[in-house]
Design a protein. Structure first.
Length: 389
């Protein structure tokens, strides 16, 4: 009798992977790419590697070492009768098992949780789920993670009737047309609603990270950018009708209307920049399309580290970039992006008065290398070189 009970228990676990008592169980797609629970996995981009070169600061005494990172394959998951929770990014099979590949930073926060996954709403048709559990409300995450997940979907050749991601912010609304999505196709639901679709499509997540520590703070640092990301942004730039003229603008992106990472001696910096004809831009006052156009037309971009630099994805190959870092916080996001976009990237590490009293990401910047910046700009503005279109 005991042996029979164990057989029944094992069969129940296989046939009923989820129960409110046992909680959510994870599921990894096997090598063959299919499961008995109606999940199919299709490779869109094969594995690759990211070669990050060596960059030296303007002062020449501090640099970031080169390395090579393995880039995983990027896939589309097709889930028959798949489920998801509105407002979250996780995807579930029809029997309630969570896909290990679709969860924040490769961690399944819902694994083992006792959830009622009974569908509160059924969608007839195919739903593409791009949500990032609210991260897509941040401009950087929207640009790098959500847009690239959309590109995986588009490259796969699949079609969707409905789309799921936060689309209430102005820049998100502007981007819908660029992606070819009409507002009626955006699926709206109360956060926490369990939705089941006839067919649920989920691209691989593009986020990747390594954990570092600074003054007792945990920092998540990006490791690589997929090589195909350049094709995605070039396509979108063409859809917007930008990038047809030679870039000629000299752009300084100010953060002095932000609450953190401001240039404390910006007047001194502006005096140097204006002598070369730089224009000062405040990206928080510009729409999505305006930012695209600005960076597509820029020949040189100077800016303190900040999310606005993600617009470098619209810049033409060879565009010169000078990123101004605080003294201790050297997040790699934009130097990785510049490497993937093949930009002429440079940086300077500046002073940060009072850095010990704030979190690393909030360090203000005292530009103490104005002479070096002046020499750098004299050299770059004197160069007569064509930037490939």
């Amino acid at each position: 009798m005991k042996a029979i009970a164990q057989v029944i228990k094992k069969a129940a676990k296989r046939l009923l992977p989820y129960s409110p008592r046992r909680g959510v169980r994870p599921m990894r797609i096997p090598e063959g790419g299919k499961t008995r629970e109606g999940v199919t996995c299709i490779q869109v981009f094969p594995p690759d590697r990211f070669d990050f070169g060596s960059y030296t600061s303007l002062s020449g005494d501090r640099d970031f070492s080169p390395y090579t990172s393995e880039i995983p394959e990027y896939k589309m998951f097709v889930i028959r009768k798949g489920k998801f929770i509105s407002g979250r990014e996780e995807a579930f099979s029809r029997k309630g098992r969570i896909l290990e590949e679709i969860s924040a930073q490769k961690i399944n926060p819902l694994t083992g949780k006792k959830l009622d996954l009974s569908p509160g709403r059924h969608i007839s048709g195919t739903v593409l789920m791009l949500g990032l559990s609210g991260l897509e409300n941040g401009y950087y995450h929207f640009m790098v993670e959500l847009l690239l997940r959309w590109w995986i979907f588009r490259t796969s050749g699949m079609k969707a009737d409905y789309y799921v991601f936060s689309s209430k912010l102005p820049f998100q609304k502007e981007a819908l047309g660029l992606l070819g999505i009409r507002e009626p196709q955006m699926l709206e639901a109360e956060p926490g609603t369990i939705i089941q679709a006839d067919s649920l499509l989920c691209p691989s997540l593009v986020n990747n990270f390594r954990l570092s520590h600074l003054r007792g703070n945990e920092l998540y640092e990006k490791i690589h950018m997929p090589r195909w990301s350049k094709d995605a942004y070039s396509f979108l730039l063409g859809k917007a009708g930008y990038g047809t003229e030679a870039p000629d603008r000299l752009v300084y992106v100010s953060r002095n209307r932000s609450a953190r990472r401001r240039i404390l001696n910006e007047d001194e910096l502006l005096a140097v920049l204006k002598s070369y004809g730089f224009e000062t831009c405040y990206l928080e006052e510009m729409g999505f399309a305006e930012q695209m156009k600005l960076f597509a037309s820029a020949r040189i971009v100077v800016a303190p580290h900040g999310a606005g630099l993600v617009n470098l994805v619209w810049s033409r190959e060879g565009t010169t970039v000078l990123e101004l870092y605080p003294e201790f916080y050297h997040d790699p996001s934009f130097r990785l992006l510049a490497s993937a976009m093949k930009l002429d990237y440079h940086y300077a590490i500046c002073k940060s008065p009072g850095a010990d009293s704030v979190a690393p990401a909030e360090e203000d910047i005292q530009v103490d290398c104005l002479n070096l910046i002046d020499s750098f700009l004299r050299e770059k503005t004197a160069e007569n070189r064509d930037i490939p279109r």
